[in-house]
Design a binder for this molecule. Structure first.
Ligand SMILES: [Zn+2]
Ligand SMILES: [Zn+2]
Ligand SMILES: [Zn+2]
Ligand SMILES: [Zn+2]
Length: 151
């Protein structure tokens, strides 16, 4: 247990590894405080039960992602998209977001999970991808989008 690592939360966090444990800990369906998606195991929950949840992938997302599909700039993890509306459209899944975003200066924006998903594809971590395999159809699109913007 890494008790000192609370990912910026004021209380200590518990690591929940399986879905049963999560359901047991959760009184209502909750969203991840980083990506805004519903939490699913593995994730962290607040040991004080204040309602704070965080996907494990979101908690461990690096502040700077050197994405192999876009080697020219790193993607920076930002709390809000740097647009006046604060909203962005993810270049991978085409859905909007107003939570944490991986942003690159040439206007690529990715949800945390989408950025890590494409990163894992590039790194051939195929095992991690089984649960998000339905997004594969978007892969061609993102590859051509990224390729077209190479500079
Ligand atoms: Zn999350
Ligand atoms: Zn808390
Ligand atoms: Zn996305
Ligand atoms: Zn760029």
């Amino acid at each position: 247990m890494e008790e000192s690592n609370n990912y910026g939360h004021q209380h200590s966090l518990l690591l929940i590894l399986n879905q049963d444990q999560l359901i047991h800990n959760q009184s209502v369906v909750t969203d991840c405080s980083r990506c805004g998606e519903k939490v699913s195991a593995p994730c962290f929950c607040c040991a004080e039960h204040c309602g704070f949840y965080l996907h494990k992938v979101c908690a461990e997302a690096p502040l700077e992602l050197n994405h192999p599909f876009h080697p020219h700039h790193p993607f920076l993890l930002m709390q809000n998209a740097p647009y006046s509306s604060g909203r962005y459209i993810c270049n991978f899944c085409d859905k909007g977001g107003n939570e944490f975003v991986y942003h690159c200066s040439c206007h690529f924006d990715f949800h945390i999970q989408c950025a890590l998903f494409t990163f894992n594809i590039a790194e051939n971590n195929l095992k991690e991808l089984e649960h998000v395999a339905f997004k594969m159809k978007n892969l061609k699109m993102i590859l051509s989008a990224l390729g077209a913007r190479n500079h």
